[in-house]
Ligand binder design. Sequence first.
Ligand code: PMP
Length: 441
Amino acid sequence: MRTLDQSSAHYVESQVFLAGGVASSLRSAMKPVPLFAAEGSGPRLQDADGHEYIDYLLGYGPLLLGHGHQAIVSGIHEALKRGTTFGLQHIGEIELARRLTELLPCAEQVAISGSGTEAVMLALRLARAHTGKRKIVRFHGHYHGWADSIFTSFPSSDMRQSDSVVSTDLILPGTGGQSQLALEDIILLPWNDPEALEVTLRQNHGEIAAIISEPVMCNSGCILPKPGYLERMRELTEELDIVMILDEVITGFRLGLGGAHGKFGLKPDLVTIGKALGGGIAISAVVGRKDIMDLIASGTVSHLGTLNGNCIATAAALATISELSKDGGAVYSRLEQTASQLVEGIRGLFAKNGIAGIINQAGAVFHMMFTRELKVDDFASFNQRDVARYAEFAAYLLHEGILVRPNGLWYVSTAHGLREVDETLAAVDRVFQKLQGGTSV
Ligand code: PMP
């Protein structure tokens, strides 16, 4: 067992000065203690006690190129020499927007913000202004940030709240202090159910401004869309004058240079991206149809933010994109191969150790679950997983030098390779044996 004395001591101190002891509520869920990082390099990081970990948390997704990638570090250094932010125009913004329009099939224009939450807020606002309608359709188990108007039904087991929101009628605020009124315009539907979608849209299209959906339900089981489901969503939204927003904050650049919509051959009206775009620096964007984005040009929709498009963020994003697009995006096949080796390996270890589990994978992100279900392909089957057992597994893995999120979602980076896969599988095997033996952490 690793001693985590420094992390434990820092956590005691941080709870005195930092509200909740952490800077983002999810982080307090890590057991036995929220780890304090000292430094990261490639696929690995070191904690405050000097222990090394193979990192599959990867900053909750942004570190698609791993920690401290040279191209990002030098891009930022170069930018820093000239300044951090001006509150003026600079050509990095144009370069970034141009690259995004070249790479993302639905992107005719781009609006740059600071976080996924902000990008979603802007996309919803654009949709309402464009259609003159109010209601937003969203889905159980998806997460679109923590803004009042959209934060509900988030089932993450690494939040302190329980996975209680499964009713289709009840729309509960995602947090204390959130106005119930802010959710009045939300229609909550089960995902991957084309009939429910069609009935709701046909009955309520006069009021519905937008549908927002993750293209893959990454936040709850990494569930792929059923064949034809997103295409049907596209047809219906086009027919009924509803803005289709794909929230690609996780999948953007992670699933490919054209995002999930590029991979699936879809053309949504608006797409939000974040996380991997900035390689660890805060940046996000809404991209999409020019006639909708023109609402910003006309002054109808406000898009604000002191640090929007700052030089460090655009430099990090440009470096990330240039690295990922080398040789026509060849890096993606290696990335997916690494992730698949890991997934196949863990599946093999489920079988070897007689453990009932499922992994759903979408390229370089996957969700691992302990469950007796034969498949996890909707929110109901996702909710059958053994949350406590997985949290215990994650805590064991931490002591084996493998860092994973306590809710089951694993991110893989281009810096991970066969060596990391082999070490990880050996650790998972040891932990499975402990779990089967009933040893406690
Ligand atoms: N949308 C999706 C699909 C996400 O997964 C997240 C964050 N996990 C967000 C939006 C919010 O992004 P941020 O945390 O940068 O505000």
